[in-house]
Design a protein around this ligand. Structure first.
Ligand SMILES: Cc1cc2nc3c(=O)[nH]c(=O)nc-3n(C[C@H](O)[C@H](O)[C@H](O)COP(=O)(O)OP(=O)(O)OC[C@H]3O[C@@H](n4cnc5c(N)ncnc54)[C@H](O)[C@@H]3O)c2cc1C
Length: 224
């Protein structure tokens, strides 16, 4: 382990890991970790950031693996395996990408944003509890992304990510019309609501079902 952050007000911390052996991985893949004394592997979504594995982890008080990861110290060595997650890889030559997530679901997007080229347009819609919730991720957010829209559920307008998505429906239609990809990562509840909004936008503005874009590989999801 190369570095960790202090836990924020939402119980979230970031962990950076450096593989000891050469291993291929990219943002969107999963790392599976078995905590000592446990038999069940827990998966975590990977951001590839400067060649390292960056994880965003929510610590649960009685959580076996999240507590173990939180207890790690710099230079500690852990056993883990990487699972390629082909269905959640951003296409390399993509012109437009829209990332939608909540909570720790932002992780893979931090890596994808770090590889953004000048020619690419990238948008991030993220839902957290408060404005302060995004701060832990700020050092990793590429300042050249086109839109960063944050929905806060516990302060201000008390919105969820699907609400701000509806307000900015033009970004959805532009990304899909340009052959771009929409990636959704975070909680299953969020995914359900986001998909309802995406379907509404597609039917109304593009006269197509969302399913058409899913089949074309333009809608990717990794929710848990
Ligand atoms: C594909 C995939 C990707 C994932 N990516 C991430 C990620 O990037 N970051 C991340 O933090 N987690 C991620 N998870 C969840 C992660 O794998 C673990 O389930 C989580 O860290 C809890 O494990 P634990 O061992 O700490 O808790 P456990 O020991 O499994 O659970 C102990 C107690 O914690 C509470 N708890 C555990 N999980 C939840 C939950 N999800 N919601 C509410 N209460 C819960 C429950 O009360 C439970 O009884 C992902 C899961 C999947 C399937």
């Amino acid at each position: 382990m190369t570095s960790t952050t202090i836990i924020n007000q939402d119980g979230v911390f970031l962990l950076r890991l450096k593989p000891l052996h050469k291993v291929e991985f990219q943002s969107g893949d999963l790392i599976e970790i078995i905590a000592p004394g446990s038999t069940r592997a827990r998966p975590y979504s990977i951001a590839q950031y400067n060649g390292e594995i960056l994880l965003s982890i929510k610590k649960y008080n009685l959580g076996v693996c999240s507590s173990y990861l939180h207890s790690l110290l710099v230079h500690d060595v852990i056993k883990a395996s990487i699972k390629e997650n082909l269905s959640f890889h951003l296409k390399k030559d993509i012109s437009d990408a829209l990332f939608i997530g909540n909570g720790t679901g932002i992780a893979p997007f931090l890596g994808m944003l770090s590889n953004k080229t000048k020619e690419q347009a990238m948008h991030l819609f993220w839902g957290g509890r408060t404005q302060q919730s995004i701060e832990i991720y700020n050092p990793f957010i590429n300042k050249s992304l086109e839109h960063l829209n944050i929905a806060t559920s516990q302060e201000g307008k008390r919105e969820y990510v699907q609400d701000i998505l509806l307000e900015h429906y033009l970004i959805v239609t532009t990304v899909l019309s340009n052959g771009g990809q929409i990636l959704v990562c975070g909680s299953m509840e969020m995914q359900k609501e986001v998909f309802k909004v995406l379907e509404t936008i597609c039917l109304k503005e593009l006269q197509q079902s969302l399913f058409v874009y899913e089949v074309q590989g333009q809608i990717l999801m990794d929710c848990y």
